[in-house]
Ligand binder design. Structure first.
Ligand code: AMP
Ligand code: GLY
Length: 423
């Protein structure tokens, strides 16, 4: 088979790494890819958002399956464009991807179909948003840009004053452009978080192993939110919590989408908070998480390709459940100085060749660039995702951090507490 992976982050490097191991694959492409994917696939100079260009390439090369990594092209209808040309493309179509593309849609779906989530209020008008804040009892509240904002559109506010500032960033200063033309205020929930990613063709539902992301930029969950600074998988869930997640959230979400006439095929990611009252939906994403993918795929021992094919073709019921390595995986993301705010690019990365990569240790590239024969340079906020397996969490942590210790670039920073017990 010929497979095309679309995207250029750490998630897509991990997807290429896993797909390249399948005996079904004769040729692997990545559009546009990064220096990490270049080592295992042919990078194609077509941007992930260039839907017409992707369709053209898939037709010309006779691609059997295209796998979309990021939410941007999914929400813009890449799957619909491929399907129209009778090309097989993995991921939800535009109508189904709205579950991530619009937080307002996702919240209203939860309300209508009784999926447990925080109380919420939607505003387009800045004055109305301010007077709502003036008229409630002061206290914590969460402010979210309704549209896509690369994981940076959420502010957890301690009080109404902070919430006013966050709402003004969206509605007045248009920091997130059109994506912030609506804001969602949410009741502020408390508890540990878990990412539950499920493979579904709209009928059969196959949950992957639970993973825990670390969103804030600094140790101890301090500082602004990022796309994700590190992940541990698996996460031990109490049996009651695990069954509530399945019966109150994952299954009802897939069925709710069917009832709305938006059959969901692809990876469905539920970001959950495990509160004293049970699991609550924080967000849905229409794709694999980044960096959740990196440690999850390192622990997946089954071939991923048949799972992707069966999902896209609507026959997931024909497959055996995936098999997981029993070991723990820890992924730590190394970032550019300043991320998630402004940062400089173009610094050489040294030490990559000193890392002894193998089945239990991988350095996935995210924001990197390389001219032919030149150094690997930083080219984004999240630069590398160092991912290790270990017999237990301490062993996996030790392996990941030892590898990180060999790598250097100007301004590099990463969390030191990924996988440590929560304070
Ligand atoms: P999201 O992108 O919607 O998952 O939000 C990013 C992060 O903000 C989450 O991982 C949580 O840590 C936090 N967050 C989002 N919504 C809430 C909420 N309603 N209550 C408390 N924290 C939240
Ligand atoms: N790591 C969080 C996300 O991919 O949205």
């Amino acid at each position: 088979m010929k497979i095309l992976v679309v995207g250029s982050g750490g998630r897509e490097h991990a997807l290429c790494w896993k797909i390249a191991r399948s005996p079904l694959v004769k040729k692997l492409y990545c559009a546009p890819g990064n220096p990490g994917t270049a080592a295992i696939a042919d990078n194609v100079p077509v941007n992930a958002d260039d839907i017409a260009g992707l369709v053209r390439f898939a037709k010309k090369e006779g691609i059997d399956l295209t796998v979309i990594g990021p939410e941007g092209p999914l929400c813009a209808g890449v799957v619909d464009a491929f399907t129209k040309e009778k090309l097989l493309c993995f991921g939800p179509n535009k109508a189904a991807a709205e579950l991530e593309g619009s937080k307002t849609f996702a919240r209203e779906l939860c309300r209508k179909h009784r999926l447990p989530g925080p109380a919420f209020w939607v505003f387009e008008d800045h004055q109305q948003a301010r007077s709502f804040l003036d008229n409630r009892e002061d206290g914590p509240i969460v402010v979210k840009a309704s549209g896509l904002a690369a994981g940076k559109g959420v502010t957890v506010c301690k009080n109404s004053a902070e919430a006013k500032a966050a709402a003004a960033e969206c509605l007045e200063k248009r920091r997130f452009g059109e994506a912030g033309s609506k804001v969602v205020f949410e009741e502020c929930l408390q508890g540990p978080e878990v990412s539950i990613i499920t493979l579904t063709d709209g009928q059969t539902i196959v949950p992957l192993e639970p993973a825990r992301d670390h969103k804030p930029v600094f140790d101890g969950d301090k500082g602004p939110n990022t796309g994700g600074m590190g992940v541990v998988t698996p996460v031990n869930l109490m049996p009651r919590m695990a069954s509530q997640i399945e019966s109150q959230i994952v299954f009802p979400a897939v069925h709710a989408m069917n009832r709305e006439g938006r059959r969901y095929q692809g990876f469905l990611y539920a970001g959950l908070m495990l509160t004293q009252q049970g699991p609550r939906v924080l967000e849905f994403n229409c794709r694999l998480g980044d960096p959740e993918t990196q440690p999850l795929l390192m622990r997946l021992t089954s071939d991923l390709v048949p799972l992707l094919l069966a999902t896209a073709e609507g026959r997931l019921d024909e497959l055996e459940a995936p098999v997981w390595d029993k070991r723990v995986a820890v992924c730590v993301v190394a970032c550019s100085g300043g991320y998630p705010g402004d940062f400089k690019k173009g610094f050489p990365i040294t030490g990559l060749d000193r890392v002894d990569a193998g089945d239990d240790l991988q350095v996935f590239h995210a924001g990197t660039a390389q001219k032919p024969g030149g150094d690997v340079l930083t080219a984004g906020g999240r630069v590398l995702a160092v991912t290790a397996l270990g017999a237990d969490i301490e062993a996996a942590r030790a392996r990941a951090y030892a590898a990180l210790g060999k790598i250097e670039f100007a301004g590099m920073h990463y969390r030191k507490d990924i996988g440590l017990p929560r304070q």
